[in-house]
Design a protein around this ligand. Structure first.
Ligand SMILES: Cc1ncc(COP(=O)(O)O)c(C=O)c1O
Length: 425
């Protein structure tokens, strides 16, 4: 089921007033839903010693959302200088931050290791010598290559640009020890938007095998292993949710097995982005045009590329849509097949293709579900369209602006600079 019933019940009746106050378009996020998901995640893993979630900032890089994650006791997964800065400005420091960059510059390593550092997750064996001041705690991202396949979305591991090869992983830790590392972690990510928990159980099993292999070769102990993100959510009404309790139960069994053999348990970390916030966001737009061409079109006042590029970028991406009349009542019946489109000069600018919806009238409220992860975060400015405002529906029912809409001035700010010309060299 996309977007929880509880979120719909609290949001839909309030929409006419919210729209009157803030105008459309906007993304609105559900504080209660995010907190509940975080608490349930912690409860699911309560028997897995040292379990910690590191929320993937890239899913929804908003300071207010990050503060909710901090209150939940979570850390952050960052992969760029801006994400590190946003995390640090919002109270995440040192080992609260797992830094998984790739194709990393020396400058970026310096930023990562400044301000109390982070847990550095190296993505390539060649990076070991490039870290200016090598930390005591080091983690490597592992790529299983031919040994295991990920799901289709993230691709085939041998074709992925991430991680150390299987035959490089022992050498990676050996070289890290030479550079002074004393504490160790292991990381991988081989699925994306996967709702079958068995894939993640396989990831746990695989990382345990790798930790055993490295420990036996080098006599080191692992403090943690990180199965990262990739947990899917039910975007379509018929989709079944990911079985997190089953993953927690199976992961505990495997970790207990490790404990039995080696006398200690490495901690289990996750980096869920989509699972934490995906279902707790919605994009609210207004229908501004009805157009009849070879197909029937509903035109809305937002553009996919700036508001939610997922349906335009990925052929398989589906976001459910609810149509409400201007008074906030869901429209029912009288269905027709339409494309829901934005104003971009780009034929992919479709929030929905050939979707059966109740008949939409101009002025109706169009709610696109599940935009809480990788939606506004992926937005760009093609055609000069700007990103919509972001609102938070608080637990007490109040609604707060947590990011203003981008303006044309924001776009043109990069044309404001001191003239600079290199005369013919
Ligand atoms: C290293 C890493 N961790 C975590 C995530 C979060 O993934 P998801 O939002 O699918 O859980 C990503 C997504 O790209 C990632 O690259």
């Amino acid at each position: 089921m996309p977007m929880s019933k509880s979120f719909q019940e609290r949001l839909f009746p309030a929409l006419p007033k919210i729209i009157e106050y803030f105008g459309t378009p906007f993304h609105i996020f559900d504080e209660q839903g995010i907190i509940d998901t975080g608490e349930v995640l912690k409860r699911n893993f309560k028997d897995v010693i040292g379990f910690r979630e590191y929320y993937a900032v890239k899913a929804l890089p908003n300071p207010t959302i990050l503060k909710i994650m901090r209150k939940l006791g979570f850390g952050l997964d960052c992969s760029s200088a801006s994400e590190l800065t946003l995390g640090r400005l919002n109270g995440f420091h040192g080992e609260d931050i797992m830094f998984s960059s790739n194709d990393t510059s020396t400058e970026l390593f310096n930023i990562a290791m400044a301000d109390g550092g982070c847990i550095l997750n190296l993505d390539d064996i060649s990076m070991i010598d490039k870290v200016p001041e090598f930390p005591k705690l080091i983690c490597f991202r592992y790529n299983p290559g031919e040994r295991r396949t990920g799901n289709q979305i993230i691709g085939i591991p041998v074709e992925a640009k991430y991680g150390l090869r299987h035959d490089q992983i022992v050498d990676g830790y050996r070289m890290a020890i030479k550079r002074g590392a004393k504490r160790f972690g292991l990381h991988t990510m081989i699925v994306s938007n996967e709702r079958n928990y068995l894939y993640m159980v396989e990831t746990v099993r695989m990382l345990i095998e790798v930790m055993e292999m490295v420990s036996q070769a080098l006599g080191i102990k692992f403090e943690f292993f990180n199965i990262s993100g990739g947990v899917g959510i039910p975007y379509r009404p018929e989709d079944r949710p990911f079985d997190m309790p089953a993953l927690a139960k199976e992961a505990k069994k495997l970790i207990d097995g490790f404990q039995h053999k080696y006398g200690y348990s490495p901690k289990l970390f996750t980096e869920c982005g989509r699972y934490m916030t995906g279902p707790h966001g919605a994009l609210v737009m207004t229908a501004i045009n009805r157009m009849s061409k070879y197909r029937e079109y509903v035109g809305v006042n937002a553009a996919t590329m700036s508001a939610n590029p997922r349906p335009a970028m990925y052929e398989t991406a589906y976001h459910h849509i609810t149509v409400l009349d201007p008074a906030g009542n869901p429209r029912r019946g009288n269905e027709e097949t339409v494309d829901v489109v934005g104003p971009l000069c780009e034929n992919n600018d479709k929030f929905a293709k050939q979707r059966l919806l109740p008949k939409v009238e101009i002025g109706d409220i169009i709610v696109q579900h599940d935009t809480g992860a990788h939606s506004p975060a992926m937005g760009g400015n093609y055609n000069g369209w700007t990103r919509p405002q972001e609102l938070l529906l608080h637990t007490d029912g109040s609604v707060e602006l947590i990011r203003r809409a981008e303006t044309m001035d924001d776009l043109f700010a990069t044309f404001n600079f001191k003239p600079k010309v290199l005369k013919k060299p």
